[in-house]
Design a protein around this ligand. Structure first.
Ligand code: TXA
Ligand code: MG
Length: 340
C-alpha cells in the first residue's frame, strides 16, 4: 500500500474523510501528538489501527470528538465534574474516562466498560471529525513501543506502507500526549497520565486530585493498573536510556569519567559544549519545559543515530509540564534512574 502524505487542504480533508467513512485509517495531526484515526463505530476499521501499529489488543484507544454535542454519541452518562472540566479545558489536551454506551464496540475499549474521550484543539483534527460526523478512535500514530510522532514525517517513518494516508499538519504544539484522568466521584479525580493540562491546573478546578502510583512508578507483574497503557513498554529508542538525577556539574563529571565510544548524552539546549566530544542530542533549554516537551520525542528518535549503546539523560523538573516530561522519559529509560 502506498502511503500518501497530504497537505490538509479542503479537498484533502474531504479525501481523508471518505477514507475513514469507507473503513480505512488515516494519520492525523493533533496539538499533542499525531494520531492514527478510524471511525469509533467501525469495529473492523479499529482493528486495522491495532494491526498497523502492532498495538497490544489489551490497550484501549482514545475517542476524539469535535463538539460537546458529540459526547452522548459515545458515553452512557456525563458526570457534573466532567461537564465542568470539559467546559474549562476542551478543546485541548485533556482526556476523560466515561462509562461507554452500546454504540462503541469492545475493540475500541479493549473490552472495558469505560471509554476515554478527548476534544482536540487542532483545526485539522476538528475539520476531519466534523466532515465525517463520526467520533474517531485514535491512539498515537507510532509503531507500538516507539516514541510518539510529533511530525508527519515521524508517522511516515513508522507506518509507511501500512496506512493509506497522513494529513500533514506540521509540528505538534505540545509534543506530548494528552493528560488522562479518571473520575472517581464528583469533585474527585485520579491522574493516570500527566500532560499539558497539568496537576496544578486540575487542582485549581477540582477539590481532590490524586496522582496514580503508576505515573512515576513501575507497575510490577501481578499488580493491577488503572490504565492498561501503564503496563506496556513505551517511547523507547533501541539505545539504552538512563536518567542521571544530578546537578549539571555532577552530570558532566559522571559523563567524563564514563566516557568511551559507547556513551552518549541527552542534555538541555545550551549544555552541548559542556559534554565535549561525547555525542549528544538536546531537548529544549533547562528553564523551558514547554520546549523540552515539544522536542522530547524527536530527540528520543534521534538518539539511535548517535551510534552509542547508552545515553545518559538530564533530569527534568517534576512540576507543571515537567511531570509529563519526566513520566515519558522514565518509561523511555525503563525506570532506570541514577541519583548522584
Ligand atoms: O494526546 C493524545 O492523547 C493522543 C492523541 C492522538 O490524541 N493519543 C494517545 O493515545 O496518546 P494512546 O493510545 O497512545 O494512549 C491512550 C492512553 C493509553 O495509556 C490507554 O491505556 C489509556 O489512554 N486509556 C484509553 N482508554 C482507557 C480506559 N477506558 N481506561 C483507562 N485508560 C484508558
Ligand atoms: Mg501511544
Amino acid at each position: 500500500m502506498e502511503t500518501k502524505v497530504l497537505i490538509p487542504t479542503e479537498e484533502n480533508i474531504v479525501y481523508a474523510a471518505r477514507l475513514i467513512e469507507s473503513g480505512e485509517v488515516v494519520g492525523i495531526p493533533t496539538e499533542t501528538v499525531y494520531g492514527l484515526a478510524a471511525s469509533a463505530f467501525d469495529e473492523s476499521a479499529v482493528e486495522k489501527i491495532f494491526l498497523a501499529k502492532g498495538r497490544p489488543q489489551d490497550n484501549p484507544l482514545i475517542v476524539h470528538i469535535a463538539s460537546l454535542d458529540m459526547l452522548p454519541m459515545i458515553t452512557a452518562n456525563i458526570p457534573e465534574t466532567a461537564q465542568m472540566l470539559a467546559e474549562r479545558f476542551w478543546p485541548g489536551p485533556l482526556t476523560m474516562i466515561f462509562e461507554k454506551n452500546d454504540r462503541i464496540p469492545p475493540a475500541v475499549t479493549a473490552g472495558l466498560s469505560t471509554v476515554a474521550v478527548r476534544f482536540p484543539s487542532h483545526k485539522v483534527a476538528q475539520a476531519l471529525i466534523k466532515k465525517t460526523g463520526l467520533p474517531l478512535a485514535a491512539p498515537s500514530a507510532n509503531r507500538s513501543g516507539a516514541p510518539s510522532p510529533t511530525t508527519a514525517n515521524h508517522v511516515f517513518n513508522d507506518l509507511n506502507g501500512r496506512i493509506p494516508a497522513i494529513l500533514d499538519g506540521g509540528v505538534c504544539t505540545y509534543g506530548l500526549e494528552s493528560t488522562v484522568i479518571l473520575l472517581k466521584g464528583e469533585g474527585d479525580i485520579t491522574l493516570l497520565r500527566p500532560g499539558a493540562v497539568t496537576v496544578e491546573m486540575l487542582r485549581e478546578a477540582v477539590p481532590h486530585v490524586t496522582v496514580d502510583d503508576g505515573v512515576l512508578h513501575e507497575i510490577k507483574a501481578g499488580q493491577q493498573a488503572l490504565s492498561p497503557g501503564m503496563m506496556h513498554k513505551h517511547y523507547s529508542p533501541k539505545t539504552n536510556v538512563v536518567i542521571l538525577d544530578a546537578p549539571l556539574q555532577k552530570f558532566v563529571s559522571f559523563l567524563n569519567s564514563h566516557a568511551d565510544e559507547s556513551v552518549g548524552a541527552m542534555v538541555f539546549e545550551g549544555e552541548e559544549k559542556l559534554v565535549g566530544q561525547i555525542p549528544c542530542v538536546t531537548f529544549g533549554a533547562a528553564d523551558d519545559p514547554m520546549a523540552q516537551a515539544k522536542l522530547l520525542f524527536s530527540s528520543l528518535r534521534a538518539v539511535d543515530s548517535l551510534g552509542v549503546q547508552t545515553i545518559y539523560a538530564r533530569m527534568p523538573a517534576r512540576d507543571g509540564m515537567g511531570l509529563a516530561i519526566y513520566n515519558r522519559l522514565l518509561r523511555a529509560a525503563g525506570f532506570e534512574v541514577i541519583r548522584l
